[in-house]
Design a protein around this ligand. Structure first.
Ligand SMILES: O=C(O)c1cc(=O)[nH]c(=O)n1[C@@H]1O[C@H](COP(=O)(O)O)[C@@H](O)[C@H]1O
Length: 227
């Protein structure tokens, strides 16, 4: 099995991002660049990291959420970047997700964020969604599959049920915390091995690696802990 760890490089410091990529590169399967990095450095920054990571898979986490025409155009505008995984928000709806899939090149897996891992049942109620996280993840996963996307982003706590229901789906799972690690703003987290055992295809891990005293060693230790 290929290394499932994608390290989230969430920083607005390009030099630091490059150093992190060099340090963790040998121990991870891919690099995730998200909104902080994208807003700071855009496509030039992405190209810099692609070069520094020498062929690692690239996950561009832009969490697109707009009307279908705009999202389709935004995805087409990424055409010349070597993106392996791209995110949209499932709550943008089926037509928006279809537009994203139609605009993306075949090599790019388009996955939809269901319920952010920083949200709890209570947060969903406050947003006007009753019934809890599990039910909402299930609803959005069904919609995502119907829209022809490649998979979903969900927490490790929902991934067992969702991966059983969608055997060839891609399950991107953030909210990963090794034993004893600081939760930060994550509310629905499990350990890397628990997430893998539950059916995760990709483990998104940021701060437990990037904020460690030695990010390379932290990534190596997490990779070694997994069977
Ligand atoms: O789409 C994501 O990657 C994502 C979705 C989600 O529900 N929760 C979530 O934490 N993420 C991302 O996963 C990474 C988690 O980082 P850490 O909490 O530092 O491990 C961040 O880059 C988040 O943007």
């Amino acid at each position: 099995m290929p290394n499932p760890i994608f390290c989230a490089i969430d920083t607005g410091d390009l030099e630091h991002a490059r150093d992190l990529v060099s340090a963790v590169g040998p121990h991870v399967g891919g690099i995730k660049l998200g909104l902080e990095f994208w807003n700071a450095f855009g496509r030039k920054g992405v190209e810099t990291i692609v070069e520094a990571s020498s062929g690692k898979s690239l996950f561009l986490d832009l969490k697109l959420h707009d009307i279908p025409n705009t999202v389709g155009g935004a995805v087409r505008a990424l055409e010349d970047l070597p993106v392996d995984i791209l995110t949209v928000h499932a709550s943008g709806g089926e037509a928006m997700m279809r537009a994203a899939r139609a605009a993306a090149p075949e090599r790019t897996k388009v996955v939809a964020v269901t319920v952010l891992t920083s949200l709890s049942d209570e947060d969903l109620t406050a947003l006007g969604t009753d019934g809890g996280v599990d039910a909402q993840v299930e609803r959005l996963a069904l919609l995502t599959r119907r829209a022809g996307l490649d998979g979903i982003v969900c927490s490790p706590q929902e991934v067992a049920a969702r991966s059983a229901a969608w055997p060839d789906g891609l399950f991107v799972v953030p909210g990963i915390r090794p034993h004893g690690a600081d939760m930060g703003d994550q509310k629905r987290a499990l350990t890397p091995q628990e997430a893998l055992d539950a059916g995760a295809s990709v483990l998104v891990i940021g701060r437990p690696i990037t904020k460690a005293d030695n990010p390379g060693e932290a990534a190596e230790a997490i990779a070694a802990q997994m069977k």
